[in-house]
Design a protein around this ligand. Structure first.
Ligand code: 13P
Length: 282
């Protein structure tokens, strides 16, 4: 069932867990995520490239249809939109939240972009997430990266107050894609932000983070963790294995079932870690 972004985060908080958010590129990955959810609230992240790409409206409608049928509470969120046209398109496609990512812009331009996104989203009841600090790495391609400029806690407090956003993505040593070396998250910085900011904080770059790192971030105040690369890698590794068999009898459905299994297994591991770790004292 599809619910509002705020209700999803609140449901997770009441259940003593945090929200897992997973990028869904097709029906197979979405079905895998929804199978893994098993009653727990999840966010289905929708790539900005999908929204603005060929037949984006049809693909998003298909993913929404899957979410409507799910037993879990689900919110669809446009991920990493870098321009207002994509934000508007995502809102018009019926997504429940948009991430207006102006973190590559100057602080003033980021503020202006996020206010523009809110002006589009808020009247439609769509929640807005923004990002302060730089997250290195790529959103759609797995490359190794070192962490970028970290989020300043005082800037975060002021930014959230001035923009009225619903969720803030933070840079505390996290990267998109593959961590070069062992990840190190700045937990004192995160604790300070969590105390000073009244909205949930989001940890992007969940793939490749050891479970104890994710757990420490959750204990220090993270409310939502985004995962993409690990799901793509599981999907593609399994596809490569199964592809050798698929041409025999053109067995397409067997290939799709294997893809769903791979995503479901990976997402279930992430959700199990979030559920058990969220029970730690804060
Ligand atoms: P990873 O690809 O590193 O898991 O990051 C996902 C993400 O943050 C999506 O917004």
């Amino acid at each position: 069932v599809i619910v509002r972004f705020a209700d999803l985060l609140e449901e997770a908080r009441r259940g003593g867990t945090v929200v897992g958010a997973f990028t869904c590129y097709d029906a197979e990955s979405a079905a895998g995520v929804l199978r893994a959810a098993r009653g727990r609230p999840v966010v289905m992240l929708i790539s900005a490239q999908m929204v603005s790409g060929p037949d984006g409206d049809l693909l998003v409608a298909a993913l929404r249809g899957l979410a409507e049928q799910a037993r879990s509470m689900v919110c669809l969120q446009l991920d990493h939109a870098h321009d207002l046209d994509t934000v508007r398109a995502g809102c018009e496609m019926g997504l429940g939240a948009v991430m207006a990512d102006g973190s590559h812009l100057s602080p003033d331009a980021n503020l202006e972009f996020v206010l523009g996104a809110r002006a589009i989203a808020a009247p439609l009841g769509v929640a807005v997430e923004a990002q302060l600090g730089r997250l290195e790495g790529l959103e759609e391609i797995a490359v190794a990266a070192d962490s970028g400029e970290l989020t300043n806690p005082e800037d975060a407090r002021v930014f959230v107050r001035e923009t009225g956003i619903d969720c803030l993505g933070v840079a505390i040593g996290n990267v998109h894609g593959i961590y070069r070396g062992r990840p190190h998250l700045d937990l004192p910085r995160l604790r300070e932000m969590s105390a000073g900011v009244p909205v949930p904080l989001c940890l992007h770059g969940g793939s490749g983070l050891p479970a104890d790192c994710v757990g420490a971030a959750v204990a220090a105040g993270i409310g939502k963790v985004n995962f993409n690369t690990d799901l793509r890698q599981a999907y593609l590794t399994r596809t490569a294995q199964e592809l050798a068999r698929a041409p025999v009898g053109a067995a397409l459905l067997a290939l799709h079932h294997a893809q769903m299994d791979a995503v479901a297994q990976t997402a279930a591991e992430k959700l199990a870690a979030l559920t058990s770790l969220a029970a730690l004292p804060r």
